[in-house]
Write a protein that binds this ligand. Structure first.
Ligand SMILES: Cc1ncc(COP(=O)(O)O)c(C=O)c1O
Length: 363
């Protein structure tokens, strides 16, 4: 993401979320709906570590099938999916190639280094996307002096790229290049369904060529925990060992899995509503004072930059918090707004009504 701020920090902590009437900070802020909670209550459960939880087994079967893979495993979070995948494809001293804005660099507490001893080769693509030629240039020739290039990791959609969607052909070309060089491939699918809905493509087509792929039950799907990592039977067996070692083994996880199955049935098509709302917010923000650039709005994320002579992102966020509205700071002059199941058009209208004063420094 050349020329764009990659540093970020959290929005100032609200003393309590009680006063927040509309939370656009992230799609992780949605709460499970009553129908989803009913599915949780009704779930048939057993001991997951022993393979006895029928609802988790069904979710994993469905996840693997959706992604066109042989097997899948339920993990507590998307972060654990990424870290386990990295550790199973790489070994200490080897290297993963990914975008400089990737979640594995920015938000996983140094996990690749701490857990896997893995080096990162960061690429400056556009909006968190890179090309097969970028991969070709990044792969290191065998040398006793250099780390061994082992893995290419993509993020579909790209969070800090403003929810940018990898075009299918580009995804496949990157995977093919990685394979031709003997590398493994991993897809962070935290928002894979947003990409599928936005581009009208099937998850298994997106995942083609990627050794491991995961989907999040939180974020757009509206659940409260859990992510499903899919891959070959061999890779998922290996992932199970790491899950056990790192304390990710679960017991009656069918209650979580039931929320995932509910979300797969009810919360995918509706992502189009989140995208329409984000597009409408983005269009309105583009005409507001002191906004220098809005990244293309392709899914549920609106990222925009503030002009040098106006308030900082911190100041904008604080002014909005006073009005019960929360958005995120992702750089000194960069703001992020995310739409999801927990916000609606009325909240978006309220945000767009309050934003001009906050941006002008008079809010
Ligand atoms: C692109 C991306 N990858 C991974 C994650 C981690 O997911 P989780 O919060 O389930 O650990 C997130 C969370 O925001 C994300 O945006």
């Amino acid at each position: 993401m050349a020329g764009q701020a990659t540093g970020y920090k959290y929005a100032p902590e609200a003393a309590s979320t009680a006063g927040i009437v509309a939370d656009f900070y992230s799609d992780v802020k949605s709460k499970p709906t009553p129908a989803m909670l009913q599915a949780l209550v009704d779930a048939e459960v057993g001991d997951e570590q022993a393979g006895e939880d029928p609802t988790t087994n069904e979710l994993c079967r469905r996840g693997a099938d959706l992604l066109g893979k042989q097997a899948a495993v339920l993990l507590p979070s998307g972060t654990m999916c990424n870290e386990i995948a990295l550790a199973l494809h790489c070994e200490p001293g080897s290297e993963v190639i990914c975008a400089r804005s990737a979640h594995i660099i920015e938000f996983e507490a140094g996990g690749p280094a701490a857990l896997g001893g893995i080096m990162i080769h960061a690429l400056d693509g556009e909006l968190g996307l890179f090309t097969a030629a970028d991969v070709r240039a990044a792969v290191r020739p065998p040398s006793r002096y250099a780390p061994e290039s082992r893995l290419v990791c993509v993020e579909q959609t790209s969070n800090l790229g403003g929810g940018a969607v990898w075009p299918l052909a580009q995804l496949h070309a990157v995977a093919a290049e990685a394979k031709s060089q003997g590398l493994k491939t991993h897809m962070d699918g935290a928002r894979l369904f947003n990409a599928c809905v936005s581009s009208g493509t099937a998850p298994r087509d997106q995942a083609e060529g990627y050794d491991t792929v995961w989907i999040d039950l939180t974020k757009g799907l509206g659940g409260f925990a859990g992510a499903v990592l899919a891959g070959s039977t061999q890779d998922i067996d290996k992932a199970w060992r790491l899950k056990q070692r790192w304390g990710g083994g679960l017991r009656q996880s069918g209650h979580i899995a039931a929320t995932g199955l509910y979300a797969l049935d009810h919360n995918i098509e509706r992502l189009a509503e989140d995208h329409a709302l984000a597009a409408s917010i983005g269009a309105r923000v583009a005409d507001m004072p002191n906004v220098s650039r809005v990244l293309p709005v392709e899914t549920n994320i609106v990222i925009f930059d503030l002009a040098e002579n106006g308030p900082t992102a911190d100041e904008v966020v604080e002014a909005l918090l006073e009005k019960g509205l929360r958005v995120g700071v992702f750089g000194e002059r960069r703001v992020r707004i995310v739409t999801h199941l927990g916000v609606d058009r009325a909240g978006a209208d309220r945000l767009c009504a309050e934003l001009p004063a906050a941006l002008a420094g008079t809010g």
